[in-house]
Write a protein that binds this ligand. Structure first.
Ligand code: ATP
Ligand code: MG
Length: 425
């Protein structure tokens, strides 16, 4: 069935947006207090409807009872996707949690449209997983199933960087060979594409798309590195403890819990009764018990997401300033320490190199050189990082740069595509 309005959904690792096409326009939909972005976060409270986005983050941060989740796009295509998780005593499949979130986006689109919407263009990264075609296919198939279960009848996919290109097209008078760099929370995605205002209505753009490419590196990867380098040592990463039977034997504290606490999609695993029990056991024999006590406080009070939120905040502060002060004063925890931009940049240098190599690969696949690129479209929150922004601009000194609407260009572009595919004016 064809409804007169279709929508585009950019389900992002960190933020989601929705735009609708119909009645002669394409427009972003307000998702929370007139804001067009919604943090991809969900908070389940006992005996109440789940809440989303900033409200979910606030509920969790204020210490309300419940289960908080963020960054769930990253589990698509992993074994976790077939698992269930305990929410208020019920084993809930992860797919159902994603369906609840996508369903909420659908409702928001329908409220804005004033009618039901069946037709959807859903964004996807070029690669959900690096060099793993099976996991890529599985990720898209799972996402499609979830969107169908949420009530969409006709679902098409579009690479996120292509959507960003389409969203910018209206502002491009004469044809420009463009490189789109979309650095988000979970992935970095690229396309080399010819765009021009007068191409906008065309459904077939194959000849204009010279290459698409992507790698699984994004803002959450940078949070992970910063957390492990500067935050987790404050909770005992790298400390030692005594063997249970031979008191003279010194062992390294297990590291698994620190990796979980540094990864948005795995934080909850660090806060299970079993994980807490393990830390209690280490603490009794630790050579740095005060640090392990901090770890325990984080685990017992489910503060893992709050701590990772502080990591992300420091990362963003370091975009503006050369140094920032990490602080954690909560529920009996009281510690702070300085972090410099230089330290952060050294923690992510391998990732930055991989992003820059991926740009080279995108050009190579397109069969073009740096000097051929007329326009750089920088989108996604992580293009704000000074080191990346500077390196990219240096690489293309002659190219014009477009870097507005970094958090909602993909969503809007998906609605442009929806209008073309579903022939909606
Ligand atoms: N000023 C800033 N400096 C550095 N990083 C930033 C800044 N602002 C936002 N970010 C980061 O950008 C990321 C979010 O960007 P964006 O909303 O584009 O991602 P997404 O679309 O949700 O993810 P993806 O497309 O990978 O699924 C987060 O990791 C956030 O910390
Ligand atoms: Mg994105």
């Amino acid at each position: 069935m064809k409804t007169p309005i279709a929508c585009g959904i950019d389900f992002g690792t960190s933020n989601s947006t929705v735009a609708i096409a119909g009645n002669g326009t394409k427009k972003l939909v307000p998702l929370e207090d007139n804001k067009t972005t919604l943090p991809s976060a969900i908070f389940f409270r006992p005996k109440m409807a789940p809440i989303f986005g900033r409200r979910a983050i606030a509920g969790y941060t204020e210490g309300d009872e419940g289960r908080f989740m963020r960054g769930l796009k990253k589990i698509l295509g992993t074994s976790l996707m077939d698992d269930k998780t305990n929410i208020g005593g019920r084993a809930v499949p992860f797919t159902e949690i994603l369906q609840t979130f996508i369903g909420h986006l659908k409702t928001s689109a329908e409220n804005a449209a004033g009618m039901p919407i069946d037709n959807l263009v859903l964004g996807r990264p070029v690669h959900f997983h690096d060099g793993n075609e099976a996991a890529d296919k599985k990720s898209q198939a799972t996402l499609e199933k979830i969107a169908r279960a949420a009530g969409f009848a006709d679902i098409e996919f579009l690479y996120e960087p292509l959507a960003a290109a389409f969203a910018h097209e209206e502002t491009v008078q004469d044809e420009k060979l463009s490189l789109v760099v979309d650095l988000g929370g979970g992935t970095s995605d690229f396309t080399v594409i010819r765009i021009a205002r007068d191409k906008m209505g065309r459904a077939d753009r194959k000849d204009d798309i010279l290459s698409t490419f992507g790698v699984r590196i994004g803002g959450t990867t940078f949070d992970y590195r910063l957390s492990l380098k500067n935050f987790m040592p404050e909770l005992g990463l790298g400390t030692q403890y005594r063997d249970l039977f031979d008191k003279d034997k010194i062992l390294h504290a297990p590291t698994g819990v620190y990796f979980q606490l540094s990864d948005w999609a795995h934080v909850n695993f660090a806060q299970t009764p079993k994980a807490i029990q393990e830390t209690l056991d280490i603490k009794r024999r630790s050579l740095a018990p005060e640090k392990i006590a901090r770890l325990l406080t984080i685990q017992e009070n489910h503060l893992g997401h709050a701590l990772l939120g502080e990591v992300e905040k420091i990362k963003i502060d370091l975009t503006e300033a050369e140094a920032a002060n990490a602080q954690f004063h909560k529920l009996g925890l009281d510690f702070e320490f300085p972090v410099t931009r230089r330290e952060f940049e050294s923690a992510i240098q391998d990732d930055v190199s991989r992003v820059m190599n991926a740009i080279d690969e995108s050009l190579r696949r397109a069969g073009v050189k740096e000097k051929d690129i007329d326009l750089l479209v920088l989108t996604g929150g992580s293009t704000e990082l000074p080191i990346i922004n500077t390196l990219i601009q240096k690489k293309f000194p002659h190219a014009a740069i477009s870097q507005g609407n970094k958090l909602d260009s993909v969503g809007l572009g998906l609605a442009y595509r929806a209008a073309n595919i579903f022939q909606i004016n």
